[in-house]
Design a binder for this molecule. Structure first.
Ligand code: NAD
Ligand code: ZN
Length: 381
């Protein structure tokens, strides 16, 4: 079968690989119909996730048709067209039972933190992902959800990660009616977080990025205020100024580690930043949130992050909440929001690229070329 094949930092290609097989009675094999590239894949692509092995297939956002099931799979049937959450969750462990499906213990027992994730290195369990014609799906009765009749596949594929992650970013912010929310990052996650902030009662939503085309998209899609941080001397002071010098009630970090690195390079020369490699967006979030406010982190970081202004967290009495999204927990509500038109995720998809051209797709998304917001790889019609 054809599959994306990681060859080392900045190098991916489409190759023939062996067909996946049922390895456990609770597995299913799925013939992929849509598979997205995510900002999280860029951490892998850039070689910044430990134990990302050459030969791995990435892809944690996919839909597909079930072609085979293990002997213990009871709910999912051959022929079902399913959307598959990016978290691999057993549904039974102590974490899954609390709704923490992103922190499942059984799917990645080696790890102290993250649960299993499709196509996300051996740090996240070593599972191959869905940027391929076929993929093995463990615990097939837990995560995979049959796509409701009439739902567009482009909407369905974004319910596997982007919509739940954006929604959870807003949820973790504990937004109160009338709150001012500042979202750092106008990628698909930040845009969705901004849109979802209104659902929790925000009174004002502001998105910050350096890419004007993305800010323009965010403004239209999420009806929010947008600002380019390259036009500011000091983003923290700027946010203070537009919030009566109090700061935002909630700041959301939808940037994460390496994207921040590019931001640092892009504004070198100004003494805004703490140090190359430091989490700029997160520092800005901490420093521009109100005393007693909440910083919600969905941007992905490695196990350690340096130079976070932790003293300001203490002195301002800030609450920090962070996690991988718990897709399965949120799906019932979010499917409804998509069905009733409250969220229209498919609008985020700007590029539809055949799997054969996966190298181009990564380049376009990574370098933010051609006004790319979200690319989807088309594996079969
Ligand atoms: P993306 O690369 O498309 O978007 C990131 C955006 O951040 C870019 O538009 C970039 O210009 C902007 N940016 C860079 N530095 C900035 C700064 N200092 N301030 C403001 N904006 C800045 O990625 P995405 O798909 O939107 O994902 C965003 C983050 O969310 C990534 O770190 C990704 O790994 C993470 N993520 C987390 C989860 C989860 O479950 N927690 C799920 C999906 C994605
Ligand atoms: Zn993703």
């Amino acid at each position: 079968m054809l599959a994306m094949n990681y060859r080392g930092p900045g190098r991916v290609r489409a190759d023939q690989k062996p067909m996946p097989e049922i390895l456990h009675p609770e597995d299913a094999i799925v013939k992929v119909t849509r598979s997205c590239i995510c900002g999280s894949d860029l951490h892998l692509y850039n070689g910044n996730v430990p134990d990302t092995r050459v030969g791995t297939t990435f892809g944690h956002e996919f839909t597909g048709v079930v072609t085979e099931i293990g002997s213990e799979v009871k709910k999912l049937q051959v022929g079902d067209h399913a959307l598959v959450p990016f978290n691999i969750a057993c549904g039974k462990c102590i974490f899954c039972r609390q709704g923490l499906f992103g922190n499942c213990h059984e799917s990645n027992p080696q790890a102290t933190a993250v649960g299993g994730i499709f196509g996300y290195s051996h740090t996240a369990g070593g599972y191959d992902g869905g940027q391929a014609e076929y993929v093995r799906v463990p615990y097939a009765d837990v995560g995979p959800t049959v796509i409701p009749p009439g739902m567009d596949l482009d909407d369905a594929v974004l319910l596997t990660d982007v919509v739940p992650t954006g929604y959870q970013a807003a949820e973790m912010g504990g937004i109160q009616i009338g709150d001012t929310v500042v979202v750092f990052g106008a990628g698909p996650i930040g845009i969705m977080a901004a849109k979802c902030s209104w659902l929790f009662g925000a009174g004002r939503v502001i998105v910050i990025d350096e890419l004007d085309y993305r800010l323009e998209f965010a403004k239209n899609y999420a009806q929010c205020e947008v600002y380019n941080f390259r036009s500011m001397k000091d983003p923290v002071l700027f946010i203070k100024k537009i919030t009566d010098y109090l700061g935002a009630d909630v700041c959301i970090d939808a940037v994460g580690a390496e994207a921040t690195g590019s931001a640092i390079q892009s504004i070198t020369g100004r003494k805004l930043l703490l140090q190359a490699g430091s989490p700029t967006a997160l520092s800005w979030a901490i420093n521009s949130v109100k005393k007693g406010g909440v910083v919600s982190i969905v941007g992905v970081y490695g196990p350690t992050g340096n130079f976070i202004p932790i003293g300001n967290v203490l002195n301002k009495g800030i609450t920090i909440r962070a996690n991988q999204a718990s897709v399965k927990r949120l799906l019932p509500k979010l499917i409804e929001h998509v069905q009733n038109g409250i969220l229209e995720p498919k609008k985020l998809i700007t590029h539809r690229i055949p799997l054969e051209e996966v190298a181009d797709a990564y380049r376009i998304f990574s370098d933010k070329l051609d006004e790319c917001i979200k690319p989807v790889l088309i594996t079969s019609p």
